[in-house]
Design a protein around this ligand. Structure first.
Ligand SMILES: [Zn+2]
Length: 550
């Protein structure tokens, strides 16, 4: 009898305990997933609870179900979840503009093919200027810069402006040159007008593009809005929940903020400022600026051009052009002046530097200002070719290299021709990662594809999508899968001072995540290339979902 009583009372205590510890209501619970969190303290989980757009807790399905209740329980049946991907260096507005206004010339193997694409494009885009982007003479049989003869033949009256794949050269027709007038005939510091027997061929490199580019009418507010939304759609479908745009003016930033406020633009945007006076005067006095899904923390500068168009500034001449060392795009005094302003405002400086000479110049200028170890997170964008003696400066002054793994696999067919033996110190991602212990990854889209899984693939395997070269290009500089995932999540966020809000699936952070059909942490190269982003979530809202017939 005594025993029964005791059992009964224990039972009553147990029941009352259960009702006391009522489950906490949340908006939804994700269960039965394989969650790669990018959070060191719990790298793999199964389940999480989300309330008001924030992860409440991450753990096992059993654990989360015990603690939380929700109307909506999402059973992922073993699918794979990752933090929302972030591209640490891209051109988000540029992508939108390209999608809406520019003919896509990527992959063209000759001028005849380019003309064909332009004619097709022109049918639906009867604008004042005919714009195109993405040609690459490395795909032509002679690998030489083209001339504008065919453009003049087929488009004698419309001005035509065709940007090279890297954005550092343009092919324009004679009508565009005529409109630029005198500006093209005198020498242009930081640029080059390519001529044959004194006559411009239509190819303009780096700063020489500006006199023509400045004539292209800017997008109206309505066109800008449409471009930003086009870019967003493309990004969300690839699992990007945040982007860092490497160079925006005040007008575009205002438009982004407005569209975010209206709920039309869901994606997070971190903006590097174009260094024009109006933009700097507006933002620098406020210090680093954060407003919900917008971050403004950096100034973008250019030290040199790109390797493909031989604009990258090298210490010694190009191996395939012994007269040429490339182009210094911004004078050191100007760079110093902007570093000074940035330091005073608490801003990052993010400088494009590709050649070993440009990298040395920027590392040394940064060092003058940073002096010692620091947490300013000043960045070198691309950090592509480095003199071996310079690499330690990244660690010494906590300068952050911001790299794009698909550049390595895109450039590898011709980079050794440009650089000779120097190529062994190019695209040195692992070496660069070791400098600070973290490394943000991006794509530079629309120069490369948007898809962050191609970044992961290129970083891990160092091969092109055909799997070449076997064993990988300079494989000693491959990254591990864990490092690559961190590079496109937590470390990308950290590169924009966003790591407390996003970048990992951790309690207290915004619920930005993606669902994939593939376990990229274990899959084969082939499986990764074919992985699908099933769903993209930002702050607890599903913003993109693959339709069942895809
Ligand atoms: Zn860029």
């Amino acid at each position: 009898m005594h025993f029964v009583n005791r059992t009964l009372s224990l039972f009553i205590i147990f029941m009352s305990l259960l009702s006391c510890s009522e489950k906490e209501p949340v908006d939804f619970i994700v269960v039965n997933a394989r969650v790669y969190t990018s959070n060191n303290s719990l790298p793999i989980a199964e389940s999480f609870a989300v309330k008001d757009g924030v992860f409440q807790k991450v753990g096992t399905t059993e654990e989360i179900k015990k603690l939380y209740s929700a109307q909506r329980i999402i059973d992922l049946k073993g699918q794979y979840v990752y933090p929302g991907f972030m591209d640490a260096h891209c051109h988000f507005k540029g992508l939108g503009e390209m999608l809406d206004r520019w003919a896509d010339l990527r992959g063209c193997r000759n001028m005849v093919e380019i003309i064909g694409r332009l004619k097709e494009f022109r049918k639906n885009h009867p604008a004042e200027w005919l714009l195109g982007r993405g040609w690459d003479q490395n795909l032509f049989s002679d690998k030489q810069f083209p001339d504008n003869a065919l453009l003049n033949k087929f488009f004698p009256e419309v001005p035509v402006y065709l940007m090279r794949i890297d954005g550092h050269a343009a092919l324009v027709n004679n009508e565009a040159l005529r409109r630029a007038g005198q500006a093209i005939s005198k020498p242009i510091p930081g640029g080059e007008v390519i001529r044959v027997k004194g006559i411009p061929t239509g190819v303009l490199v780096d700063k020489a593009m500006e006199p023509v580019r400045n004539l292209i009418p800017a997008m109206s507010n309505q066109e800008l809005e449409s471009a930003l939304l086009s870019a967003q759609q493309a990004c969300l479908s690839k699992g990007l929940t945040a982007v860092c745009d490497a160079g925006l003016d005040a007008k575009t930033i205002h438009q982004i903020e407005k569209l975010q406020h209206e709920g039309k633009l869901k994606i997070r945007v971190s903006a590097m400022l174009d260094p024009n006076e109006e933009t700097l005067n507006e933002f620098l006095p406020k210090g680093k600026y954060f407003n919900k899904r917008l971050a403004v923390t950096a100034i973008k500068l250019y030290a040199d051009g790109a390797l493909g168009s031989r604009g990258a500034l090298l210490l010694k001449p190009y191996s395939d052009d012994p007269e040429n060392k490339g182009i210094l795009v911004t004078q050191p005094e100007r760079i110093r002046d902007l570093c000074k302003q940035a330091l005073a405002a608490g801003y990052q400086v993010c400088t494009h530097a590709i050649g070993d000479s440009a990298n040395r110049l920027i590392l040394d200028i940064y060092a003058e200002f940073l002096k010692d170890s620091n947490d300013m997170r000043w960045r070198i964008e691309h950090a592509q070719v480095l003199a071996p003696d310079d690499i330690h400066k990244f660690g010494r002054f906590n300068i952050i290299p911001s790299v794009q793994p698909t550049h390595a696999t895109s450039d590898m067919p011709w980079a050794p021709l440009r650089l000779g033996h120097r190529v062994t110190h190019a695209y040195a991602y692992r070496e660069l990662l070791e400098q600070n212990g973290w490394l943000p990854l991006g794509t530079d889209f629309p120069i490369e594809e948007i898809n962050p899984l191609l970044t992961f693939y290129a970083a891990v395997f160092r091969t092109n999508v055909q799997g070449n070269p076997p064993g990988g290009f300079q494989f000693e500089n491959a990254l591990s899968r864990e490092q690559s995932l961190l590079g496109m999540t937590l470390w990308a966020a950290k590169a924009s001072f966003w790591e407390k809000e996003i970048g990992s699936i951790s309690a207290g952070k915004k619920a930005d995540f993606v669902v994939l059909d593939t376990d990229i942490m274990h899959a084969t190269a082939y499986q990764i290339l074919n992985a699908k982003v099933l769903e993209t979530w930002i702050e607890g809202e599903c913003v993109s979902k693959i339709s069942s017939n895809d």
